[in-house]
Design a protein around this ligand. Structure first.
Ligand SMILES: *Cc1c(COP(=O)(O)O)cnc(C)c1O
Length: 558
């Protein structure tokens, strides 16, 4: 057992006594002060609290004249639960119920002998693991997620109101938007950190500004982790988003007017793969490929014939609304026959790739781009991976080619995300996303709704609602009114306009992050079908809305 102990000048003598009394039963680290010279209690409280917060010690002990100031300071640190205990009884109860891990003592209000008894009681009382206490401790730690931004309540109430509304929305709705997720608190902390203050044009070790030692360390860490996670030769972690990651690859490899063969936007491709309203469609000659009309899946032989005819400079694979696995090996063969660059945009499936639920494009592709905020569950941002031979061209396309200073706070959060994705739990998470998706899809299918391509292999599926006489727009609006959030989406060979559409896109990354499993998917799928079966019925919507709200209450957002 390891205990860190500190005091202010008022608690030095009691501290010395406690160190002596506890040393036979624990490793006691004395963080000071060494003498009775006047000092400031928050300095010493912070030393102990950081140590306990980081998990370096099992317990902390803090002593000042009342114990109160020490307790106030220590409790501002995550994972610290500091308790001011004037008696052995309070020490027992706070250990059992609150799982207190820092003991605060008031040297003026307990005798030295009794203080030793309180400390011994505190460190020897086990935490009560019964359900209600565990639940309350989890709530205590989350302390209503608004505590993360509680400073804004006073400093900027208008911005605070928007964040509060988003928090409430996340806490009360079922989010099935396939491109969204909930990143970890650690990711949010890095995103909100002081790293946003630093200008760092250039790359680690080669910056245009001074003072880049800390951000160099964080960007190097992010690059290294990205390469390790995906088995890549080179990573650029600076693109602000997925679209700029794609822009970087185009800028690094081809010239305006060159041909890109990419998946048609209305069949699942992305805006930045050549939409006429996007820079990609304005700068390059875009030739779209489509899915097979009957199977609604990619026909690689047809794609090969088209590629040999079109002779693109880049063959781009990857999509925003394709529910099936993509055969990257086959696409490599096509690229080799054509002699073109193979680029894969894995924005949607990056988390499945990291978690071993989808074959990785990295061994095959010249360039792999991705967002970090979809199934990968990191901060909103972009990433490019490539073979070493393209590293220089890629890096100069990003900076100075198209961006100025990188967002080092977001890059830090990307580093956090990559580390999280390397943990064994992330593999289980990715597997659960796919399992949940299949169960949710089948539940809706069994209620008579046609699923595009007949099912799903990944984190999303498309429901053809047109076959039930409604548009995707109407379906999404009805579900929204019932507390279930999806998006309208075109389906292959859609006869409706992109503003109305014939489908909805449903994804399971977010609900899986909340800890939902197959049983919850059956409930949600049933509710979706109930709402769609009774499209104009507000009573059904209200019933589902309260049921949805009750369900998500048991699955808190991180
Ligand atoms: C989401 C997505 C992007 C772009 O993401 P932004 O960060 O919004 O620019 C790029 N490609 C695909 C396939 C996507 O799904």
């Amino acid at each position: 057992m390891k205990i860190v102990i500190a005091s202010d000048h008022g608690g030095v003598d009691l501290k010395a006594l406690l160190v002596k009394a506890l040393s036979p039963v624990a490793t006691v680290v004395d963080k000071g002060p060494a003498d009775r010279a006047s000092c400031d209690y928050p300095d010493y409280a912070a030393l102990v609290a950081t140590s306990v917060s980081a998990g370096e010690a099992d317990f902390g002990i803090l002593i000042c004249r009342s114990g109160i100031g020490m307790g106030m300071c220590a409790n501002r640190f995550q994972n610290v639960r500091a308790a001011i205990c004037p008696t052995t009884e309070t020490a027992t109860v706070t250990r059992q119920h609150n799982g207190a891990n820092v003991l605060c003592l008031g040297a003026d209000f307990v005798s030295p002998e009794y203080a030793v008894e309180i400390a011994k009681t505190f460190i020897s009382t086990p935490v009560d693991e019964s359900e209600r206490h565990v639940r309350r401790r989890i709530k205590l730690e989350r302390a209503c997620r608004l505590s993360d931004v509680s400073g804004l309540m006073r400093d900027d109430p208008d911005v605070f109101a928007a964040i509060k509304a988003q928090t409430e929305q996340e806490d009360t709705e079922i989010n099935l938007i396939a491109s969204e997720n909930f990143c970890s608190r650690a990711c949010r902390e890095a995103t909100g950190s002081v790293l946003t203050n630093k200008y760092a044009e250039g790359y680690p070790g080669k910056r245009w500004y001074s003072g880049c030692v800390p951000v160099d360390a964080v960007e190097e860490l992010a690059r290294k982790r990205a390469c390790e996670l995906f088995g890549a030769e080179h990573a650029n972690v600076q693109p602000h988003c997925g679209s700029s990651a794609n822009m970087a690859v185009y800028f690094a490899t081809i010239k305006p007017g060159d041909t890109i063969l990419s998946m048609s936007l209305d069949q699942g491709g992305h805006l930045s793969h050549g939409s006429p309203v996007n820079f990609s469609g304005k700068l390059y000659n875009i030739v779209p490929y489509t899915v097979d009309k009957t199977t609604e899946t990619l026909d690689y032989d047809a794609l090969e014939r088209q590629a040999l005819e079109v002779k693109p400079k880049i063959l781009l694979a990857g999509a925003s609304a394709y529910p099936r696995k993509i055969d990257f090996k086959r696409i490599r063969e096509i690229c080799d026959k054509v002699g073109c660059i193979m680029m894969v945009d894995m924005a949607h499936i990056a988390g499945l790739v990291a978690g071993g639920q989808h074959e990785s494009p990295v061994p095959y592709a010249d360039f792999v781009t991705t967002t970090t905020h979809k199934t990968l569950r990191g901060p909103r941002g972009g990433l490019v991976l490539c073979k070493e031979k393209y590293a220089k061209a890629l890096d100069s396309a990003v900076f100075p080619g198209m961006q100025g200073g990188p967002l080092e706070n977001v890059i830090a959060a990307k580093a956090v995300c990559f580390r999280e994705a390397m943990q064994p739990e992330f593999k289980a998470y990715a597997a659960q996303i796919v399992k949940n998706c299949q169960v949710l899809c089948k539940t809706i299918q069994d209620r008579g709704y046609r699923i595009v391509s007949g099912g799903t292999d990944n984190h999303l599926f498309l429901v053809d609602v047109h076959s039930h006489g409604m548009t995707g727009k109407d379906a999404a609006a009805a579900l929204d009114a019932a507390g279930i959030v999806v998006n309208k989406n075109t389906i292959p060979y859609d006869t409706e306009s992109p503003f109305k559409t014939s489908g909805i896109r449903v994804g399971t990354a977010s609900v899986t992050t909340r800890g939902m499993k197959e049983a919850e998917m059956i409930k949600i799928g049933t509710w979706i079908a109930d709402v769609l079966d009774n499209i104009g019925d507000t009573a059904v919507q209200e019933r589902v809305k309260s049921a949805a709200r009750a369900l998500v209450a048991d699955f808190p957002v991180p």
